[in-house]
Design a binder for this molecule. Structure first.
Ligand code: NDP
Length: 245
């Protein structure tokens, strides 16, 4: 997938929401979509980081983005419904949703899994994605064509020792993608997942503190799959599990 090149106007006029847009892969995806002409809605926990991405997009002269500060751990269904109403009022539609934000949680042996931190990981990585998708589906149905991307992981495709709650949540993410893709088959909405592969970000450094980050691909280098699944080139691709590397 690393060879796909999106045209600079391939997302012109599109409205795309990216979760976890303030750092790492989400930041790179927000910038990529803006570079391709989209108006990007930047959702994340830390407002300062979202503002920095907002400024980068403005400075580059791309379409003016929007910021949605939201902590996925505490957000309620009503928060998501209110957000959908605001997007409806401001933009009238939504063409793209990148579920990118995730919590790594603690890694360690199964017997050591702390139930309250398991619940946090499942809330951010699974329940929040369900609530966000539920709230936004009606808006996406109004678009000519819409794309939902879930972010998976190698740990969500093969069970791996000590990856605990994070791995459970990523298996659930793939399951959610498959269920929704099947429901959306033949409609204007396509639903797929991407496994980014080892990428130079804060989360990767937290999981592998001894690793040399310079040996890893940067978020910018793995953007071709993210661009491909948002662009019309993938119009007929539904229910697929892609690898960005
Ligand atoms: P980062 O930790 O660099 O970024 C994660 C983003 O998610 C941050 O913007 C963070 O916001 C946001 N986030 C975390 N918790 C919440 C929350 N409660 N509410 C709102 N936003 C939140 O991670 P990556 O860029 O590495 O990861 C992006 C995706 O890619 C994740 O789904 C991850 O599981 C997946 N992935 C990454 C791999 C890698 O090697 N990097 C490999 C496989 C999968 P804030 O900074 O404000 O906390």
């Amino acid at each position: 997938m690393l060879e796909f090149q999106a045209a600079s106007d391939s997302l012109a006029g599109q409205i795309i929401l990216v979760t976890g847009a303030g750092a790492g892969i989400g930041r790179a995806a927000a910038l990529k979509y803006a570079e391709c002409g989209a108006t990007v809605i930047l959702l994340g926990k830390t407002v300062k980081k979202l503002e920095a991405v907002y400024d980068e997009i403005e400075t580059a002269g791309y379409a003016k983005p929007a910021i949605v500060p939201l902590d996925l751990k505490g957000a309620t269904e009503q928060n998501y419904r209110d957000m959908a109403d605001t997007i409806q009022e401001q933009f009238g539609k939504l063409n793209g949703l990148l579920h990118n934000a995730s919590l790594l949680g603690a890694l360690g042996p199964f017997e050591h899994i702390d139930i309250s931190s398991l619940e946090d990981v499942l809330k951010v990585n699974v329940t929040a994605q369900v609530m966000l998708t539920k709230a936004l589906l009606p808006l996406m149905r109004k678009s000519d064509s819409a794309s939902i991307i879930f972010t998976s992981s190698g740990a969500g495709r093969n069970g791996r020792a000590y990856w605990g709650p994070y791995a459970f949540s990523k298996f659930a993410t793939e399951g959610m993608m498959q269920v929704l893709a099947d429901e959306c088959e033949g409609t204007n909405i396509r639903v797929n997942s991407i496994n980014p592969g080892a990428t130079r970000t804060g989360m990767r450094a937290q999981a592998y503190p001894g690793e040399d980050p310079m040996t890893l691909k940067t978020p910018e280098e793995i953007m071709p799959s993210y661009a491909y699944l948002m662009c019309s080139d993938s119009k007929d691709v539904n229910g697929k599990e892609l690898n960005a590397q």
